[in-house]
Design a protein around this ligand. Structure first.
Ligand code: SF4
Length: 177
C-alpha cells in the first residue's frame, strides 16, 4: 500500500492540539503504517515540502511568518484540516482582536510591562498581524475538527476516515471548547 504524505503544522496555538494528536497512543502505530510524516514540529524539517497529501494545522494565524507558511501549506497540500478551536475560530489566540491596537498592546504587555530586566520591544520576531484569524479567513480549509483541544478519539476518527478515502461525518461528534 502506498503511504500518504502527512504533515502537521503549529501556528499560534498552545500545542495542546498536538498533545491530543499524540494521545492517540497505540493507534499512532496503525497510523504510522499508513503515513509518511514529512513535516511537523515533532521532527526537524525546516521547509514545508511539496506534494503533501494531508496536513493538519493547529493554531490561528497570528503573524506574517505564519501567514506565509499557511499559504505555502495550502499550495502544497491536497487535504488541509484545521485542528482545534484556535484554527477553526481563532479562539483564545484571537482575544487580542477585541482590543484597540491589540497587536501592539500585547507586545507592550509582554516585553515592557511584565519585564523586570531590560524591557524593550523586540525587532527580531515575526511581525504580528493586526488581527489573529482562523485558517479559513486566509485559505480554503477542507475539514474542521473543533475542540480545545479536540479529543484524541475525534482526531483518530477523522484521520481514519480521510485516509480511507471517506468524508468524516461530524454530526454529533464534535463540539467547541
Ligand atoms: S484549540 Fe485549545 S488546545 Fe488547541 S491550540 Fe488552541 S488553546 Fe491550545
Amino acid at each position: 500500500m502506498n503511504k500518504v504524505n502527512f504533515a502537521t503544522v503549529w501556528l499560534s496555538g498552545c500545542s495542546g492540539c498536538h498533545m491530543s494528536f499524540l494521545d492517540q497512543d497505540e493507534r499512532l502505530i496503525d497510523l504510522a503504517e499508513k503515513i509518511n510524516l514529512v513535516y511537523s514540529p515533532l521532527m526537524d524539517v525546516k521547509d514545508f515540502p511539496e506534494n503533501v497529501d494531508v496536513t493538519i494545522v493547529e493554531g490561528a494565524v497570528g503573524n506574517e511568518e505564519q501567514l506565509h507558511l499557511l499559504k505555502t501549506v495550502r499550495e502544497h497540500t491536497k487535504i488541509l484540516i484545521a485542528i482545534g478551536d484556535c484554527a477553526v475560530t481563532g479562539n483564545v489566540t484571537a482575544l487580542r482582536n477585541t482590543l484597540d491596537n491589540g497587536s501592539e498592546e500585547i507586545i507592550r504587555r509582554a516585553y515592557i510591562e511584565l519585564t523586570d530586566v531590560n524591557p524593550l520591544t523586540p525587532n527580531d520576531v515575526p511581525k504580528l498581524l493586526k488581527r489573529a484569524c482562523p485558517l479559513n479567513e486566509v485559505v480554503k480549509v477542507d475539514y474542521f475538527i473543533p475542540g480545545c483541544p479536540p479529543s484524541a478519539d475525534l482526531i483518530n476518527y477523522v484521520l481514519t476516515e480521510i485516509l480511507a478515502g471517506r468524508a468524516p461525518n461530524m454530526e454529533g461528534k464534535a463540539k467547541y471548547g
